[in-house]
Design a binder for this molecule. Structure first.
Ligand code: FES
Length: 87
């Protein structure tokens, strides 16, 4: 196993440098950290220079699949306990 990094949440567990970490934010997007390739439903690559990548899960972003903050305007609620506070 190669070098590792500290978990983005600050937890003491260590991750492989190639690990992809997906963090669901309370009432907000899925934050994706790590090396990913994002493709649309036809398999075409979606370019992004963002790191981490925030993926919309409220369905209201004008930049889907990326989050543009609209979830706050529409007061999107996940109602799922254990999620991280928003970015
Ligand atoms: S989750 Fe942020 S705009 Fe949808």
């Amino acid at each position: 196993m190669g070098p590792s990094q500290t978990h983005p949440s600050g937890a003491s567990r260590r991750l492989d440098k190639h690990a992809v970490v997906i963090t669901p934010y309370r009432d907000g997007p899925l934050l994706v950290r790590g090396p990913i390739e994002l493709v649309d439903s036809t398999g075409r690559r979606i370019e992004s220079t963002r790191d981490p990548v925030a993926l919309c899960r409220c369905g209201k972003s004008r930049l889907r699949p990326f989050c543009d903050g609209t979830h706050k305007l529409v007061r999107f609620r996940t109602g799922v306990p254990g999620e991280a506070d928003g970015p």
